[in-house]
Design a protein around this ligand. Structure first.
Ligand code: FES
Length: 80
């Protein structure tokens, strides 16, 4: 099981972390990979200016409404 972690700290929350989580949940279901990847929340890691801070396989990504789907298909699906 691989893990995507999304920051749930206040700065990332203001930048829309809840919407990013919602989108990722839906993408995971739509692509039928609930048994391969899981979502977890993490607390602020000090990278607030890069929010919404999301990590996958040790790399930090700055997600928003526009690039979440791209991130999922290019970075996550291709590595499952
Ligand atoms: S609140 Fe997300 S990195 Fe600080």
């Amino acid at each position: 099981m691989k893990k995507i972690t999304v920051c749930i700290g206040s700065a990332c929350h203001i930048k829309g972390s809840a919407r990013v989580v919602e989108q990722l949940e839906k993408l995971i279901e739509d692509h039928h990979v609930t048994d391969k990847v899981e979502l977890a929340g993490i607390f602020c890691t000090g990278n607030c200016q890069k929010g919404v801070c999301t990590t996958f396989e040790g790399k930090l990504y700055s997600l928003n409404d526009q690039n979440t789907e791209d991130f999922f298909t290019k970075e996550v699906l291709s590595r499952l």
